[in-house]
Ligand binder design. Structure first.
Ligand code: SF4
Ligand code: SF4
Ligand code: SF4
Length: 521
């Protein structure tokens, strides 16, 4: 009997080779010919029953990292090379000379509770009730990228050329016609298959075994993908590029939008306070200035959308999406602020009522803004420090803006800015301590970014905050000093918001699955 490694490998994949004495002209006397029996099916051979859905099964023991699945997926979906709806990551562990390397191929996990779907402001996602496949509609998508922050596996990917996000739909069309998804079909090792899972059974198993090897962590979106891990996987197994963390995208339109909306809300609060205290000088000018800043901020936010012409659709899911609520609240805030500014100019006696409404709507808008970032997939954002940072930006910049226009007494405004700047400094220090003290890789990696590649802007942000919020308001006198303080504090908050976006380290596709050495259930 002849032993050939490739035949052994194919046999492990379910392909049976039968070696028998040769026949015919080409066969050498005493030679062999091969008869190939059909491979095990890679998609289910029966229809789904109620309560069941399709899922991927990935067998890490079979994958050789050839990336045929990635190429096939890109070809099937017409994606450019830099966008991969299926990705293959390298996994390694152990100590020399006993080291191991494996590969992890992942598309969408077609989760039972898809977090991508929950935040979308235009309802572009749908979990198909018949197959359980999570589908995305590029026609409905406005390219806000919120779903890319919400998925713990980094699955939805933004395509700047199309201005929309896209993701794996398990080749829904092919599957409907009884054909394997492109990745499943292309895999030479049979490492990817589609199988049927009973949703409730999987949910129960999940509740009992979440965080176990081969299963993602309990705080994610109930991924349905099943993994078979190799035996004796080294306990320190992790992504090969685990320690390579890079700054994320800065999202400049959002830096401008969030800082300026918070400034505008804070400025209206300062104006309203001085109106109640009986001041009248330059109130209407400051209100018009604050309104202009708020409107500019909302305009800047549309530049973040891949399809800004469809920005109005973002209001659609206000019952569910914080992004829709943010748009709604800031839209109402702008309307109320315009009415308040108008009534201040005309000396309307009940202007303060409109002022109170403006502040309430603005505060609701800032709250909605902050809640957008409270997502489990980006741990550095997901804390009360984010909410505090957003409100303190408004409390710091708003009064300084009003003061630099000449509203009220600079003494009171100086006290407010001192308090806000000190609180912001403490908030940033508390956030950094939380990052460094955490056991979580993502939080530690954020701290590492801030103390290495981002150290200079991190220190400059603190210096500008101290200068604009504490030193200049205390030391400088007159309008010029207040303007300098405002500009310094504004630069500090813009730099701080830039750091907020670039220093976050998202959860990656592999880490939730690799917490031990056993095979997944
Ligand atoms: S893996 Fe991400 S994109 Fe896919 S269904 Fe789950 S949450 Fe949505
Ligand atoms: S509209 Fe935004 S959240 Fe919805 S799918 Fe498109 S990019 Fe994702
Ligand atoms: S095609 Fe198969 S063997 Fe190759 S990387 Fe993808 S899953 Fe692994």
């Amino acid at each position: 009997m002849v032993s050939l490694p490739l035949i052994d490998r194919a046999s492990a994949d379910g392909v049976t080779f039968v070696l028998s004495p040769g026949r015919g002209e080409m066969a050498s006397p005493g030679g062999y010919e091969m008869a190939v029996l059909p491979a095990a099916p890679r998609i289910p051979e029966r229809a789904l029953q109620p309560g069941e859905q399709y899922r991927f099964h990935f067998d890490m023991t079979k994958c050789i990292g050839c990336k045929c699945c990635v190429v096939a997926c890109n070809e099937q979906n017409g994606n450019p090379p830099q966008i991969n709806w299926r990705r293959v990551g390298e996994i390694e562990g152990g100590f020399y000379p006993d080291t191991k390397r494996f590969y992890l191929s992942m598309g969408c996990n077609h989760c039972l509770e898809p977090s991508c779907l929950l935040g979308c402001p235009v309802d572009a996602y749908k979990k198909d009730p018949l197959t359980g496949i999570v589908q995305h509609s590029p026609d409905a998508c406005i390219g806000c990228q919120y779903c890319t922050w919400n998925c713990s596996y980094g699955v939805p990917q933004y395509n700047p050329e199309r201005g929309v996000v896209g993701k794996c739909d398990m080749c829904y069309g092919r599957l409907s016609n009884g054909r394997e998804p492109a990745c499943v079909n292309a895999c030479p090792e049979g490492a990817i298959r589609i199988e049927i899972v009973d949703s409730e059974e999987w949910r129960r198993e999940y509740a009992a075994n979440a965080n176990a090897p081969g299963l993602p962590s309990a705080d994610d979106s109930l991924s349905t993908t099943r993994l078979t891990l190799p035996e004796k996987l080294p306990s320190d197994t992790k992504k090969a590029d685990f320690w390579r963390v890079r700054p994320e995208h800065p999202h400049w339109p959002l830096v401008v939008m969030t800082v300026l909306t918070q400034l505008s809300v804070g400025a209206f609060a300062a104006i309203w306070l001085f109106e109640l205290l009986g001041a009248s000088a330059r109130l209407s000018i400051a209100a018009l200035g604050s309104l202009t800043v708020g409107v500019l901020a909302l305009g800047a936010s549309t530049m973040h959308l891949g399809r800004p012409i469809h920005a109005y659709r973002a209001l659609r899911m206000w019952k569910r999406s914080w992004l829709s609520r943010e748009v709604l609240m800031f839209g109402c805030f702008s309307g109320a602020a315009a009415l308040y500014a108008g009534s201040l100019s005309m000396g309307f006696p009940l202007a303060w009522v409109l002022g109170a409404l403006t502040i309430l709507l603005g505060a609701a808008g800032v709250t909605a803004s902050a809640c957008i970032y409270l997502v489990g997939a980006r741990p550095a954002w997901n804390s009360k420090h984010t909410v505090a940072e957003f409100f303190l930006t408004g409390v710091l910049l708003g009064p300084l803006f009003a003061a630099s226009i000449g509203v009220g007494t600079s003494r009171l405004l100086t006290l407010i800015s001192l308090g806000a700047a000190s609180a912001q400094l403490l908030n940033q220090a508390g956030k950094f301590l939380r990052l460094t003290a955490s056991d979580s890789f993502e939080l530690q990696a954020s701290a590492k970014l801030l103390s290495t590649v981002l150290r200079s802007p991190f220190l400059a942000r603190a210096a500008l905050l101290v200068a604009g919020g504490i030193a200049l308001p205390l030391l400088a006198s007159g309008r010029r000093g207040l303007i300098a303080a405002f500009l310094s504090a504004l630069a500090g908050e813009i730099l701080g918001r830039y750091l907020f976006y670039v220093s976050v380290v998202p959860k990656n596709i592999a880490s939730p699955y690799l917490s031990g050495q056993k095979e997944a259930a």
